[in-house]
Design a protein around this ligand. Structure first.
Ligand code: UDP
Length: 518
């Protein structure tokens, strides 16, 4: 059953536009949508954020903080029928899907949200638009039936989306290559970007997911525009180019992680409950020299094998730099624990200068601390945007999806990254114990970490470029910055989009009491 808390607030707010946000259920998609919800609500927009019980529990702190400060954000908590789908109870987020074959069930389950969401929306006096994650193509027909505009949100940068689009349109370039490891130039880009077929993103190409791919492409074509978690100064050529080739309206409103940037509580409460007290973490960092600590974290979905984790740890130890290493819940194993915690083991040897976090880390709070000087990352877009926002150089270690493209943006276009040099992609959803691709040895990790944190003149220039980008990111989000203005434009543009014949009139101005009928 849906949980629809009452909306408090002055009556003026009740005639505000009403945006419905439908995130994909994975940290990398939920977290920026929650930020977008708060940014919109700060502008007086009424926001309904679609979620499920497990996702709501993970996000509750962030939303409750927003509600406590009077922001009109509400959860629309819909049931996710795991048992009916043949999924384990509570399997409501991509990171909780236990095996690759279950991913298809998980994706199938998403469209079951349509009926309860429709029922909720039909009870509303006003729905101004739906901002839907690309992974919910079913929102297309829902928006059409309700006669409201549907905007797309991909959770990635514009560079990656443009690369993906161009690769799709020139699929023969990819298909003609018999060597999947041979680099080729991505067609139609303002820069010369090389990638291999192995590294090219292949959303929904796993067996059984093909139908989602065509649905996603269709839903993309018919959207009224695209909301990006990026900023104009970061990738102006790509935003421009994407707008031209897609003919779509584009709103770059990020980096949304800079929402309420100064509030440590907000920075720490992102995506899930941290496994470590953020105050402890931050006071540990307080005791380190400025720019001295390496932060190592590979997002929420990329799992490393025990032997890879051990190589990473040994490489970090040998580099001599202080570090924070995140080992997520799915990566924990007796083998890793033994290596970490035995007497004379890794944690004991490095305890003067290391912190190992087992589980969810308060990543944004850590990255924003001045003691952190470099980020070893899988190049998920949120992590990348967070590093850019914090003005940090990155050691890029992509796993799958568009992460290899993000690596190219960070290294080749922005000049703020060093590659670890992985050539093969990992398989999404493969359990942590399985060897999925090349093992990166400790010597390689050590050398790459040294390059990131030292790196001579080049390293210094990388750090300066990264610091400058961080300043630009913060400026974009400040009052009258480019993203701030784009957010205002987004709200204005939605208000001007002509409503279609609709059971819920998107811009019902007739009713003085207006508001949302639960
Ligand atoms: N994250 C976090 N703590 C963790 C792991 C991840 O806060 O221990 C956050 C991270 O800050 C980012 C998101 O989870 O906002 C991960 O998104 P990203 O796009 O980087 O990667 P994905 O998890 O989708 O691969």
């Amino acid at each position: 059953p849906e949980r629809v808390p009452a909306v408090d607030g002055p009556s003026g707010r009740q005639s505000a536009p009403h945006f419905v946000l439908v995130p994909f259920f994975a940290a990398g998609h939920m977290i920026p949508m929650v930020d977008i919800a708060r940014l919109l609500a700060e502008r007086g927009v009424m926001v309904s954020l679609v979620t499920t019980p497990v996702n709501a529990a993970r996000t509750r702190t962030a939303i409750e903080r927003a509600q406590a400060s009077g922001l009109p954000v509400r959860f629309v908590e819909l049931p996710f029928p795991c048992a009916e789908l043949g999924l384990p109870e509570g399997c409501e987020s991509a990171d909780l899907v236990p095996s690759p074959d279950q991913i298809i069930r998980f994706f199938n389950g998403l469209s079951l949200l349509r009926a309860p969401l429709e029922a909720y929306l039909r009870r509303q006096r006003r729905v101004s638009c739906i901002i839907s994650d690309m992974c919910h193509p079913w929102t297309r027909s829902l928006a059409e039936e309700l006669g409201v505009p549907r905007l797309a949100f991909h959770g990635t940068c514009c560079f990656a989306l443009l690369c993906y689009r161009n690769l799709q349109q020139h699929i023969e370039v990819c298909d003609s290559l018999d060597d999947e490891m041979k680099p080729f130039v991505v067609p139609g880009l303002p820069h010369r970007i090389e990638i291999t077929r192995e590294q090219a993103p292949a959303p929904f190409q796993a067996a059984g997911l093909e139908k989602f791919r065509s649905e996603f492409l269709e839903a993309e074509e018919t959207s009224h525009g695209v909301v990006f978690n990026t900023f104009c100064e970061l990738e102006p050529l790509y935003l421009d180019n994407y707008q031209k080739v897609s003919g779509k309206k584009v709103w770059a409103i990020g980096p949304v992680c800079l929402y309420n940037n100064l509030d440590v509580g907000d920075r720490a409460a992102r995506g899930n409950k941290p496994a470590v007290d953020d105050k402890f973490c931050l006071s540990w960092l307080d005791g380190r020299k400025r720019g001295s600590v390496v932060f190592v974290s590979f997002g929420s979905l990329s799992w490393s094998t025990p032997s890879q984790i051990i190589e990473i740890g040994m490489g970090l130890e040998a580099s001599g730099h202080p570090f924070i290493l995140v080992i997520k819940a799915a990566e924990q194993s007796p083998e890793v624990e033994e290596w970490l915690a035995l007497q004379g083991g890794f944690e004991e040897r490095t305890k003067e200068r290391s912190l190992v976090i087992r589980g969810w880390a308060p990543q944004m709070a850590i990255l924003s601390h001045p003691a952190v000087g470099g980020f070893v990352s899988h190049c998920g877009w949120n992590s990348t945007a967070e590093a850019i926002s914090a003005g940090l150089p990155m050691l890029t270690w992509p796993f799958f999806g568009e992460q290899f493209l993000n690596e190219r943006l960070v290294v080749d276009v922005l000049g703020v990254g060093v590659c670890i040099g992985v050539k093969r992609r990992a398989k999404w959803g493969v359990t942590a114990g399985e060897e999925v691709r090349e093992l990166v040895k400790r010597e390689v990790v050590e050398a790459a970490v040294r390059e990131l944190m030292e790196g001579g003149v080049e390293g210094q220039q990388r750090r300066e470029r990264a610091a400058l980008l961080g300043q630009k990111a913060r400026k974009a989000m400040e009052a009258r910055g480019s993203s701030d203005e784009n957010l205002a434009r987004l709200i204005r543009d939605v208000s001007l989009m002509a409503p279609h014949a609709s059971p819920c009139d998107p811009f019902d101005k007739s009713s003085e009491e207006g508001g949302l009928v639960n």
